[in-house]
Design a protein around this ligand. Structure first.
Ligand SMILES: C[S@@+](CC[C@H](N)C(=O)[O-])C[C@H]1O[C@@H](n2cnc3c(N)ncnc32)[C@H](O)[C@@H]1O
Length: 419
């Protein structure tokens, strides 16, 4: 069961759903509904658990709890008729030999949820849907009103953002979307992405509006990238490499994962983007010639992507952050070794944790004084609140989208090596 895999075993929701045999026989509509139930459960888990807790004296096994949570999600947040949600869930529990002894308890608890669930859930602030360790850190860093807006973003299913190779106006018209942040086309419904016009022809790729900013900022800081040698480090699956190619750069894309570089190569081929692809640990990579510009989209906790991947809230733990910061420090130093004198280095992470953002860049600058900070002063297409760029580094928060429908959280800093 996908939800118990995420909550109990730290799996990714997408991977767990893709491997779930129960979904195999279903048609696309039912599969979509099953995905929506799992995602809604994770988006509303704090409220759901607050409804369930007083109704259960001793916590049942994780799998049974997940049945209760998904049924509650359906009744309270998806307007599924209670008799259907209760009946279907109890039947599923009866058919599952390990959970079957709890069928009676589940029936009694869910009948009560049907009665009081909506009213009880409404008493719980949506910020409770953010796990405690993240909520307290984000409150400290970004303040209560922003965290409230982040919780609102978590409760909504996000729009589909695409980056187009050229002519965003024409693609916005063709696909019925709107341009956001100058170059991203935002579409309402997700459906089957690969069936949309232009996908097979490689005219565009899926990329959150915020994820499209690092390449644009690197282009701006480098005063254009056309004809320049650019390294995209930690490049797979290639969203930023494709942007850099579309900007006319001569791109070298490096990633450690063989499976992910295969996807990167397929994406480059589909979009007719030409780049040199290298599968290598960045720690072992020695460039023959240094680069004019280097983009390091470092591995991170990805907590900024919770709108699209609510499972990151549960399969990341506080103790994961320190090892990630060590990796980020090492990769940042390796990336710096690839930059030619006078060249530009951009560091980005899709994390909302301060330790993965400004703290890494400040530490790097102390160790590598030949790199100076290029202060970012304005970001085209973004209307950031006052003070956000005060230290010259960019922190994008999920509520920052100009249309109120959210973006991934990102941290971006630009450094320049002295001549
Ligand atoms: C945030 S993802 C990159 C997303 C990508 N830049 C894009 O826009 O599509 C981080 C990537 O870092 C890669 N990675 C992690 N450790 C690495 C290392 N030591 N050397 C090279 N790549 C690494 C992972 O395989 C992963 O693909």
């Amino acid at each position: 069961m996908a939800v118990s895999d995420v909550l109990g075993r730290g799996f990714r929701l997408e991977g767990s759903l893709a491997k779930n045999p129960a979904l195999e026989g279903l048609d696309a509509r039912d599969r979509g509904f099953a995905r929506a139930i799992a995602a809604t459960t994770l988006r509303r888990l704090g409220q759901i658990d607050a409804v369930l807790a007083p109704l259960i004296q001793r916590p049942p096994p994780g799998r049974v709890q997940a049945y209760l949570q998904t049924a509650t999600a359906q009744m309270v947040f998806m307007d599924v008729a209670p008799h259907a949600a209760v009946g279907d869930t109890v039947n599923l529990i009866k058919a599952d030999s390990k959970s079957e002894p709890f069928a009676g308890l589940a029936n009694a608890v869910l009948r009560k949820v049907a009665e009081i669930g909506k009213a009880e859930a409404a008493k719980v602030p949506p910020t409770q849907n953010i796990p405690g360790w993240l909520r307290s850190e984000w409150m400290r860093l970004y303040g209560k009103p922003t965290v409230r807006r982040m919780a609102l973003m978590l409760s909504m299913s996000p729009p589909l953002d695409i980056s187009v190779k050229k002519d965003p106006e024409a693609w916005a018209k063709t696909l019925g979307g709107q341009i956001i942040g100058e170059t991203t086309v935002r579409l309402d419904s997700i459906g089957n992405v690969t069936a949309l016009e232009g996908f097979q022809d490689g005219a565009w790729w899926v990329q959150d509006m915020a994820a499209a900013l690092p390449a644009r900022i690197l282009e701006q800081a480098s005063e254009g990238l056309s004809g320049k040698r650019v390294a995209d480090l930690c490049a797979a699956p290639g969203g930023k490499s494709m942007q850099l190619c579309a900007m006319g750069a001569e791109v070298t894309a490096i990633d450690v994962s063989e499976a992910r570089t295969l996807r990167l190569t397929q994406n480059l081929e589909r979009t007719g983007s030409k780049a040199t692809v290298i599968t290598s640990d960045l720690n072992d990579y020695e460039p023959e010639v240094l680069f004019d510009a280097v983009l390091l989209d470092a591995p991170c906790s990805a907590t900024g992507t919770f709108r699209r991947r609510p499972d990151v809230l549960y399969n990341r733990r506080e103790r994961d952050i320190t090892p990630l910061t060590r990796l980020q420090d090492t990769l940042l130093k390796r990336a710096a070794k690839c930059v030619a004198p006078g060249g530009v280095l951009l560091y980005a992470v899709c994390s909302l944790q301060e330790r993965e953002g400004a703290a890494r860049v400040n530490k790097f600058r102390k160790a590598m004084p030949e790199f100076g900070l290029v202060k970012l002063t304005q970001i085209p297409g973004l209307d950031l609140p006052d003070g956000r760029l005060d230290d010259g580094m960019l922190r994008i928060l999920p509520p920052d989208a100009p249309d109120g429908r959210g973006v991934d959280g990102f941290f971006i800093a630009v450094l320049k090596r002295t001549e």
